[in-house]
Design a protein around this ligand. Structure first.
Ligand code: TNX
Length: 542
């Protein structure tokens, strides 16, 4: 993958000097900036160092305008034209905290000196166009969602301290650029396993904001597993109160009320992020089986489980009560979830016969459909009959036509799309190297470069670009407890997966990515993100 460096645009306007500077980690270029007095005999008139653009994910096209820059002042306002949704308020919230400027958001007004957000007929979906010139910043998109994605690029053009929660001195100068950008894939996801360890609403919201900065638009919540059931279900109260009462290691667990879940959905929606709820089955069901004896084939409830084994539990496939429960659970989740998907799990059903597994998937698919949703399942679902329009999430480590890839092809043959989460590239719970204090290593060690250097369109034979809906980086939480733990495993690997999902394959190269990634480090420091300082990345000295 030898894509061109980001700043070396197709217009060829970007100077090689910046690339040399970038390679040393001192990513600065000299551009004009108002308000900075020039000292006679020094550099050309009114100059100070402004960082060259280092945007992740790489925009489809970015042209730097030499000698041009825009500086935020106490007078800067955001003009958010009708239809621009939450983008203006979100951006203002970030800028106000660190600049201390009032940054009013108005629906109308002149564009001079302002940041204008405009919904335009010329762009479609998440595509956006961003022009930073001396006089103004203009962001155009075909939808509010596109403006929100463009805002993430705009943030990254400002100095890292813009992400600070407290007032910093500035100056707040961005380099002049023209960006034309749109995503490669529709599904750019991450997953939080709130079942092995429970995370509070505030923790989930923090994660949503971190992921949004990298244009992630899908948050998959793994709401049930052997160790915990995390969502209150009307008519089945013990699922949450008993099944959710513990966690891996025997901690106190927890669950979301339906109001809590709705709060998360709303928070995500304001960031144009779709929630995909997962109720795993037929395996990974011990917490539910422990909560209601009648769900078990032998009528006996097993004890709660707080270990980390997989594959020992199964719904009772022959009992009607299994489907009565799932009808209630999926019906309630469908009502609470505006997004089009319900994830039914389907992985590692080692205690379910192949015939029972197929029966189960074939019964659940129509329940999902009845509630107007599309079924998502781990790639094993391809072995069963699935409704067209389903989504298979590929998690195996095999490549080409090796073991595990056949079910993905089987799913595609039935009209499904594939979300790529190969465990040996995309799993955020794998260790970086042998010394990583958290995580697992069953799928291998995943340094940042391993998470970056793969192509979803060529990983599995018979699953090509048109079959791929997108990518997702799951964070399984057997070893993950605190925000610091979440941060450490997620950063810098989630931005790598986000770039795979967003940027054109031809624009991606590790040598270019690692330099842009390095520029994120000071941003994460400003945000108090406890990231892993990979030796593969030329972090700037701080
Ligand atoms: C496999 S991958 C699992 C999860 C574990 C994870 C740990 C998949 C669909 N299932 O149950 O948490 O490995 O890495």
């Amino acid at each position: 993958m030898a894509g061109p460096p980001l700043t070396d645009s197709k217009h060829g306007r970007v100077l090689s000097g910046r690339r040399v500077l970038a390679a040393t980690g001192a990513a600065t270029a000299l551009v004009c900036a108002p308000g900075v007095p020039a000292t006679a005999g020094q550099l050309p008139a009114s100059t100070h160092a402004v960082a060259a653009p280092r945007v992740v994910p790489a925009p489809a096209s970015l042209r730097t305008l030499p000698g041009v820059s825009f500086t935020l002042t106490r007078k800067t306002k955001i003009v958010a034209r009708p239809g621009s949704g939450t983008a203006g308020g979100y951006l203002a919230g970030i800028l106000r905290r660190s600049t201390g400027y009032p940054i009013p958001v108005t629906g109308a007004g002149g564009s001079r000196g302002a940041i204008s957000l405009v919904v335009s007929r010329h762009e479609k979906g998440e595509a956006y166009h961003l022009a930073v010139t001396k006089a103004s910043v203009r962001l155009e998109a075909g939808s509010a969602e596109g403006l929100f994605r463009g805002v993430q690029t705009l943030r990254q053009l400002l100095p890292p301290a813009i992400e600070s929660p407290t007032v910093k001195p500035g100056p707040w100068t961005m380099p002049g650029v023209e960006v034309a950008d749109s995503p490669r894939f529709a599904w750019r996801g991450t997953m939080l396993d709130v079942a092995r360890h429970f995370f509070t609403i505030q923790q989930v919201e923090r994660y949503i904001d971190q992921a949004a900065l990298y244009k992630i638009n899908t948050l998959h919540l793994h709401l049930s597993d052997d160790q915990g059931w995390r969502i209150a279900i009307d008519g089945w109260p013990r699922l949450a109160t008993y099944g959710g009462s513990t966690a891996v290691g025997g901690g106190k667990g927890g669950h979301y009320t339906q109001a809590d879940y709705t709060a998360i959905v709303r928070y995500a929606a304001a960031r144009y992020m779709t929630i995909v709820p997962e109720i795993d089955g037929p395996g990974h069901t011990n917490a539910a089986l422990a909560s209601y004896a009648q769900l078990n084939c032998d009528g006996k409830a097993p004890p709660l489980y707080t270990g980390t084994d997989v594959g020992f539990s199964s719904w009772c496939i022959a009992k009607p009560v299994t489907y009565e429960l799932l009808n209630d659970v999926l019906g309630q989740l469908a009502r609470l979830t505006p997004g089009p998907y319900l994830h039914i799990g389907g992985d590692e059903a080692h205690s379910t016969t192949a015939a029972d597994y197929a029966t189960f998937i074939e019964k659940v698919g129509p329940i999902v459909g009845k509630y107007g949703k599309k079924m998502v399942g781990w790639n094993e679902i391809g072995a069963a009959k699935i409704p067209p329009g389903s989504v298979a999430q590929y998690w195996n480590t095999a490549k080409g036509s090796e073991g595990g890839t056949q079910t993905a092809r089987d799913a595609v043959a039935q009209g499904a799309k594939v979300v790529m989460s190969p465990a040996n590239h995309a799993y955020l719970d794998m260790k970086y190297d042998q010394s990583t204090p958290l995580g697992q290593d069953w799928a291998g060690l995943i340094e940042v470069r391993d998470s970056y250097e793969w192509d979803p369109a060529t990983l599995v034979d018979g699953v090509t670009e048109k079959d791929v809906l997108g990518v997702e980086a799951p964070l399984w939480s057997e070893t993950i407890v605190t925000n610091d733990n979440i941060d450490y495993m997620t950063f810098p690997r989630l931005p790598a997966i986000a770039e795979i999902g967003w940027s054109p394959q031809a624009r991606r190269s590790w040598d270019d990515f690692r330099v842009r990634l390095a520029a994120q480090g000071p941003r994460w420091s400003a945000m108090s993100v406890n990231f892993y300082r990979s030796p593969q990345v030329p972090w700037p000295a701080s």
